[in-house]
Design a protein around this ligand. Structure first.
Ligand code: FDA
Length: 308
């Protein structure tokens, strides 16, 4: 892990920076590159635009580690409202959320109750709910949570992180319950005891996990979304899919709003499924710092905004 990535990830958790950085106008301006706006309506407008280009979306309201269960209720009600608005506006959008946003730090059972109400509504509207994967202290709990959900609800999926050494075992374990999985590289600061440190090793593990998943997509009709902007990896996955006879329309990729837009359009044109995750909300600071850490050169973009 390079020093800049480490520094930015440290900054993402620093309370002083959290209180001060979001107030600067030039930072607010720079954030717009990764989100269409702070309101749900901004996300809906952007989603309609994507939809016209044949790209469905996933909505996530930024926020994590809430410290009061009242806030968890507010977030839950917000997502219930989002599901209604998606349906009323005829936008092809799913939702994705963090379990610590609906109270996981405070009560497992209460957050489970919150998630159940969201996913129940999603199922009634023929929609789908994704569970984000947060830092490693939450990995086991998030997996247990998902298994509990899958006992009664099918339209939900979980994110797995290729940088964690445990993920191959977690994946094989999950396959017994016919999961829906979004595979990412991983965005948090993790120790090299539990996570691959070098990009090359993370990429190798991503591909290894992808190969396991490709066989499963073909044989078990699982839903697997490869969430990455890494074009080399995407090309390797599409080539492997041809060899394994996995049809194009069974391959799903996901990318973030504002990143590799031309590649998003290319994949759709070539016949692959692709969804764009749109974030919105005012609690963007830790999320934005993680986006900067993914590509420290992005900091230059923030600095350029000071002078514009
Ligand atoms: P990599 O970091 O190698 O990037 C490949 C290329 O993409 C770069 O060379 C660059 O060109 C471009 N790129 C990537 N990130 C960029 C950025 N921020 N700005 C500009 N260019 C960039 N993580 C997690 O831990 N838990 C989660 O729940 C999720 N959820 C999630 C959903 C979706 C839909 C996506 C796409 C990603 C996530 N992530 C995530 C984030 C993920 O773990 C990872 O940090 C980012 O996707 C960046 O990794 P890549 O796979 O793109 O590869």
């Amino acid at each position: 892990m390079g020093i800049s990535r480490e520094l930015l990830l440290w900054g993402s958790k620093n309370p002083w920076l959290l209180n001060h950085v979001p107030k600067y106008k030039f930072v607010k301006k720079a954030v717009k590159r990764f989100m269409p706006g702070e309101d749900l309506d901004d996300a809906i407008t952007a989603a309609k635009d994507f939809q016209q280009k044949g790209i469905p979306t996933v909505f996530t309201r930024l926020g994590e580690n809430i410290t009061d269960l009242k806030d968890a209720d507010e977030v839950t009600n917000h997502y219930l409202d989002v599901l209604d608005k998606i349906s009323k506006n005829n936008v092809e959008s799913e939702i994705s959320l963090k379990l610590t946003q609906i109270g996981l730090d405070l009560s497992f059972e209460k957050s489970l109750e919150n998630f159940k109400s969201i996913t129940e509504k999603a199922e009634s509207l023929n929609n789908f709910t994704w569970i984000d994967m947060e830092g490693s202290p939450y990995t086991s709990t998030t997996l247990d949570f998902y298994k509990r959900i899958k006992e009664n609800y099918q339209n939900s999926g979980i994110c797995l992180q290729a940088y964690l050494k445990r993920t191959e075992k977690d994946l094989k374990d999950l396959l017994t319950i016919k999961p829906s999985i979004r595979l990412v590289k991983g965005a948090y600061s993790e120790s090299n005891n539990i996570a691959f440190e070098k990009k090359n090793d993370v990429d190798k593990n991503y591909y290894k996990l992808a190969e396991i998943m490709l066989n499963e997509i073909r044989d078990n009709k699982l839903r697997i979304a490869f969430a990455t902007h890494d074009i080399n990896l995407i090309n390797k996955i599409t080539e492997a899919a041809v060899k394994l006879n996995v049809p194009k329309d069974k391959l799903e990729f996901q990318m973030l709003y504002g990143i590799k837009t031309s590649e998003q359009l290319r994949l759709v044109k070539e016949g692959y499924k692709l969804k764009v995750l749109i974030s919105y909300g005012s609690a963007w600071y830790p999320w934005y710092m993680r986006r900067l850490a993914e590509r420290p050169a992005n900091v230059g973009f923030v600095i350029r905004n000071i002078f514009q």
